[in-house]
Ligand binder design. Structure first.
Ligand code: HEC
Length: 238
């Protein structure tokens, strides 16, 4: 019985490695790094907003949190007549369904569900696959209906595969043609983008972090006062 258990334990990682696909990579993000979040916002507007909305992110909130002037907001979103409402996309969901087979989901909640590591890995996992409609596939999200919208920055990757029993599994992706950015610069641009999306998934977190230390200080002072009060009251009882 015990040896069977050992065998199962021994084989599990092998099986998992073959089944799960791309190993998750961790970006080094910090949502309080406003400069990075701003750079991520610019890349998002340039490359993602055409298809994906962020319906929980209000322009006014974005402006306040990232300390953007009215002019900066207008430059980023030229179609805005007044700075009101949330970040919607110009694309009609029906058109999207016709072009891609599925509508591009609103990313407000999806990002929270998927997590920063998933997103970062996803955007590094596109590779050449001529059998797919856009000529690319994704190691983390097989047969994805989204084109590799950052390919000119990253360049082209190819999958290095191995035969495992009857199935062909991907072992790693290799850059076969460099893009405009070096791999390090690409990872940095992605980190900014993921940082922006981590912020956009829950804009209130910046405010929470800002007031957090004050709340703790208040609780500490309250505890001190309560303790002194208790001592004063009990002095006569003893
Ligand atoms: C040309 C339109 C288009 C653009 C531009 C685009 N996407 Fe997508 N995206 C899609 C479609 C369509 C899907 C749905 C794919 C599917 O379900 O197979 C998708 C799916 C996703 C998903 C997975 C969501 C989920 O629910 O699993 C993420 C994350 C994502 N996109 C992020 C981005 C980011 C970040 C950018 C900008 C760098 C971007 N997309 C640009 C069309 C687009």
């Amino acid at each position: 019985m015990k040896s069977i258990l050992y065998l199962v334990l021994l084989l599990t990682p092998l099986w998992a490695a073959a089944e799960l696909g791309a190993p998750l990579q961790q970006p080094n993000i910090e949502v309080t790094d406003t400069a990075s979040v701003r750079r991520g916002l610019e890349l998002y507007v340039d490359r993602c907003l055409g298809c994906h909305s962020l319906k929980h992110l209000r322009y006014r909130r974005l402006q306040r949190d990232l300390r953007l002037s009215d002019e900066e907001i207008k430059a980023l979103f030229p179609h805005l007549e007044r700075i009101v409402g949330t970040m919607t996309t110009a694309m009609d969901p029906e058109d999207a369904a016709r072009w891609f087979g599925v509508a591009a989901p609103d990313l407000s909640e999806r990002i929270r569900a998927l997590g920063a590591d998933w997103l970062y890995t996803y955007l590094r996992s596109f590779y050449k696959d001529e059998t797919r409609p856009f000529g690319v596939n994704n190691w983390l999200f097989p047969d994805v209906a989204m084109p590799h919208v950052l390919w000119d920055l990253q360049g082209e990757q190819e999958a290095v595969t191995a035969q495992l029993g009857d199935t062909v599994v991907i072992q790693k992706l290799e850059l076969v043609e460099r893009g405009k950015l070096s791999p390090q610069e690409y990872d940095k641009a992605l980190t900014d983008l993921v940082n922006f999306l981590a912020y956009a998934a829950e804009p209130a977190q910046l405010e929470r972090r800002r007031i957090g230390p004050y709340v703790l200080l208040f609780l500490f002072l309250l505890a001190l006062v309560t303790y002194r009060l208790k001592k004063a009251y009990w002095k006569d009882v003893h």
